[in-house]
Design a protein around this ligand. Structure first.
Ligand SMILES: [Zn+2]
Length: 651
């Protein structure tokens, strides 16, 4: 196993230097030179080649993505600083990396273990909390939840674990102590601790070429050198702080990611991601800290950076400080998450992208073209669209070629735009043959090939976090649809329990007994038996009543009416499917003058008509049903009441 892994690494080095397995011996010297030159900068990790080539900011070139453990990727993602709503610039980075994560999982079978750090204490959070007269921790929790909701709305998969800075303070202090012990950081009399960049020398500047006079984000007078950056910041009076060996304070920004990543993955990290603006100084400093802490040559094998999102006509990236941002929530009022994902798919994740209404329209047009092809192909399969004979062989070949092209595009630094182009090309060829003719010449139909194409295209987009086709919409991210089904099941279960509890043997069922005394005795016995059963089953009825009351707290109302109440039996649910507890005719009788059809479809059919009216009224009258998709208003017909006696009285 170990030898195989080493051979894998050697092969990777050879490929990186442009030397394939068939290279001549004359290239050995070149390989040595190449190898030596590379080793000073970046060493290919020992492990398994994933089959993907990715642009690595650490080596500043495309590299085969070699994972330390076969088909498992350890991935650290810098998370948000939670002091305000997320905007589209943030969303773009997280959606792009979500797409990459899904490609790795769905197309290359790689299990991704992702950790995301949440910065819940920092200068911006403290400033905003002071402005709002609330505690920084409370403010951070509000915007952390807000961030998670935005990501869910954009269908970004949550990381394996979120880790908050404030919950890792002892680990951060211990991490800093080790860096000081290793001689690479110093504490000042003011209670700050700085990383000594100067003595780290040429190892600093892995990701970017650093100019000698570069300063840290905050200029502090007690630094030894301008480039030194804070690991621990002394607290100002009244500021939220933690006790440390250097006095009361809080962590610097960069140390949190190094500590959290190391706490989970140790010194071994395959992939580290973030927006390109994080490359320097944030990621550069993370690398320096970790390599000192772990005393290793290379922490973080692959650094992937996403490009900025610009507003059209502006050279500036979208950002809070420039006040040129659109919040995720405002964006989603106008556009769909699928539209944004398609917009992201159309460029390489690392490139800068321009945002405009036109770019959103282009994405929408593409989505419509895909939907309309799927619709036409479905119609063809169902025999609703009649065409001339289809060249099946061409379509099968196109489909096979598309699959190869898509995989090759993804393997080439996750080139999503090329993959989408391959899909659109397949749709183009599929459409060309779907030309409707007015006359059915009875030609053979090629349903299977069109079925396969639809299946592949739907699978492609669904794998990337989009939804095509009603099946996916019904089963997918729409929680209200799932919840409706759960409520459905729950109400039906309750109905069965109630009916069992209420179903007592009728007196008529008992066998006739000769003699008056015998009959009286039998009736008394029967009555006692029924009362005994009623006592035994009472807890079931009470549980049913209690469930009805509990559900009401969530806005789900099981309406108590007698089965013979005609239109009162109407009930509503968002899907318009009639929900009913079947009338139990053994106890209920029709009301005088009301129409009470026999059990069965006629009765339910009549009800369905009334239901439509009530459903519409219910929606108009109850905005809660619409605002809170998960909570729907249900009105259920109940045969009987809380107990059998009440049911008898009502009916
Ligand atoms: Zn970070």
């Amino acid at each position: 196993m170990a030898m195989a892994m080493l051979r894998g690494a050697a092969a990777v080095v050879a490929r990186r230097c442009g030397l394939g397995p068939g290279s001549s011996g004359g290239k050995v010297a070149a390989r040595r030179r190449c190898s030596a030159a590379r080793r000073r900068e970046w060493v290919p990790p020992v492990g398994r080649d994933s089959g993907i080539v990715a642009y690595n900011s650490r080596s500043r070139t495309k590299e085969p993505l070699v994972l330390t453990k076969d088909r498992v990727a350890t991935w650290y993602s810098c998370g948000p600083t939670v002091y305000d709503q997320a905007h589209l610039g943030h969303a773009c980075s997280y959606v792009r990396f979500d797409i990459i994560r899904r490609i790795m999982t769905k197309f290359f079978g790689i299990e991704v273990i992702m950790v995301m750090g949440i910065t819940d204490i920092d200068d911006k959070i403290i400033k905003r909390a002071n402005e709002m007269n609330m505690s920084p921790v409370a403010l951070a929790r509000i915007y952390e939840e807000d961030f998670k909701q935005d990501m869910a709305a954009l269908k970004v998969l949550p990381p394996t674990v979120y880790m908050r800075v404030t919950e890792n303070i002892p680990q951060i202090i211990s991490f800093i102590k080790t860096i000081i012990a290793n001689g690479q950081a110093y504490a000042t009399s003011q209670g700050n601790v700085y990383f000594d960049v100067e003595s780290w020398g040429k190892r600093y500047g892995v990701l970017t070429t650093i100019s000698p006079d570069t300063q840290d984000e905050a200029v502090n007078t007690d630094k030894r050198h301008g480039k030194d950056f804070a690991l621990w910041k002394a607290a100002k009076p009244q500021e939220l702080s933690w006790t440390s060996p250097w006095g009361k304070g809080r962590p610097g920004w960069h140390i949190e990611c190094s500590t959290i990543s190391s706490a989970v993955f140790g010194k071994q990290l395959d992939i580290h991601t973030g927006g390109i603006d994080l490359a320097f100084p944030h990621h550069e400093n993370e690398i320096a800290q970790c390599e000192v802490y772990h005393q290793c040559e290379q922490w973080g094998n692959y650094f992937l950076h996403s490009g900025h999102l610009h507003v059209k006509g502006s050279q500036e990236k979208m950002s809070k400080s420039l006040k040129n941002y659109i919040t995720v929530k405002d964006f989603l009022k106008k556009f769909s998450s699928d539209q944004f994902r398609m917009y992201c798919l159309r460029s390489r994740y690392s490139s800068a992208v321009e945002f405009s209404d036109k770019s959103m329209d282009d994405a929408k047009n593409l989505l419509q073209a895909i939907s309309s092809f799927i619709k036409d192909a479905n119609a063809y399969i169902k025999g609703q669209l009649i065409c001339d004979p289809v060249r099946e062989d061409i379509l099968w070949e196109r489909l096979a070629n598309t699959k190869v092209a898509v995989k090759a595009a993804f393997a080439d630094d996750f080139d999503t735009s090329r993959a989408v182009a391959a899909i659109m090309d397949l749709i183009h060829h599929g459409n060309r043959q779907l030309k409707a003719v007015t006359k059915d010449a009875g030609s053979p139909r090629s349903s299977v090939v069109y079925g396969s194409i639809i299946s592949y295209i739907e699978g492609f987009f669904n794998a990337l976090g989009m939804s095509f086709g009603e099946r996916q919409v019904a089963l997918g991210g729409d929680n209200s649809a799932v919840l409706s089904s759960v409520i459905d099941e729950l109400v039906q279960f309750r109905t069965k329990v109630r009916h069992y509890a209420l179903a007592l043997p009728e007196a008529a069922e008992t066998a006739p007994v000769e003699g008056d005394a015998g009959a009286k005795g039998s009736k008394r016995e029967e009555k006692e038996k029924r009362q005994q059963l009623m006592r035994e089953r009472k807890p079931l009825l009470e549980a049913c009543d209690s469930l009805r009351e509990d559900l009401a707290a969530f806005g789900i109302h099981i309406k108590k009416v007698c089965c013979g109440a005609g239109p009162d039996l109407a009930f509503a649910n968002p899907r318009g499917v009639p929900q009913t507890e079947r009338c139990d005719m053994t106890r209920c009788r029709p009301r005088q003058g009301s129409h009470h059809p026999q059990h069965g479809s006629a009765w339910l059919g009549g009800l369905a008509v009334a239901e439509g009216v009530v459903l519409a009224q219910g929606r108009a009258a109850g905005p809660a049903c619409l605002d809170r998709a998960a909570v729907s208003t249900w009105e259920m017909a109940e045969g009987g009441g809380q107990a059998e006696e009440q049911a008898q009285k009502k009916c």
